[in-house]
Ligand binder design. Sequence first.
Ligand SMILES: [Mn+2]
Length: 376
Amino acid sequence: MPKDQKSGKAPRAEAKEREKDTDKAPEAARHRRDAHSHSTRLAGLLKSFSRDDRLLILITADPDSIASAAALKRILWRKVAHVYVASTNEVRRPDNLRLIEALGLKLPLVTQLDLSEFTKFAIVDSQPSHNPLFEQVAFSAIIDHHPVCTSEPQEGHAHVFMDIRPEWGATASIMVNYLRAAHIKPNKILATALFYAIKTDTQNFVRQGELEDIEAFRWLFPLIHQPLLTEIEMAPIDRGSFDVVKRSLAQTTIRKQYAFVFVEDLDHPDTLVIIADFVMLVQGVNRAVISGVFDNRLIIVLRSAGLRANLGKLAFDAFGDYGSAGGHKNMARAELSLDSLPATVSRTPAALSRFILKRLKDNLPGKRHPEKAPEE
Ligand SMILES: [Mn+2]
């Protein structure tokens, strides 16, 4: 026991604090800095809006974007006149539907709205360049965790608030920090939604996740409603999708660690995700390429269990010339209009499959030949 503990404590603690600020305990130092930067960021966010604004939050619906939009809505409650949330995609996945229902969101499609009825726009868990629908909109706030592909605000939109943190596992984790900075304790439903969003986006922390994600997760844990979480996680696949999944699994090719299938008569893009996640459970499979055509678009869903993979880059290199493509290290996606594909590729499942595999093969790390034309 050290003598004279009382008088010795303060300087020791201070010294310790100073020590923490050095590289010995960078996390503690980072937390202190973050607490400060989050209130600054919150102030910046709030400054983008005024009391009579009618705000529209645009998302591409998935658990992370739905929960993040609900959190932003909560933060701006009573700070603006109205907050609406709209989606670019029709929601079909049962977990997303249950989430939307629990949160009491209406979530119409963006295309069904008259954008002139809104005075401000925000985007969460995505960036304007991710979707042609977003590109027409002047956003006042952008909060996301995908790789930065948003340039500085255009002229005349100087008040855009941007918070993009690619190293974070989920936008929901970022939103938790805004809630905390605003001293808002989310209700059970919002807490459960954010918790589920962090779980899914980090794939239970198997995929990229930061200490901040774990900290947000830990903070939410006592606030969630377990039965609702179970309900969302156990949400069943709808019957129509099940038939497509059943057929597609029968047609899935597994070669070495790769699983591949081109889904014919695709009922909805989300079905590709269900198939991809399922085939990744097969022993020995650690890469999945699941694709199909929906609404005149070729959609490609990529999954990898590899630590060294960078599928977002691979997707962009392989398919960026034909449409939107990108994502994270272990999951990525491309959506290509069939009209943008080379004329030499016929629009049959076999030809489209060959096209996808060739583009992927040609763009694997070390095999890319940027000087080559992107044609077949
Ligand atoms: Mn996300």
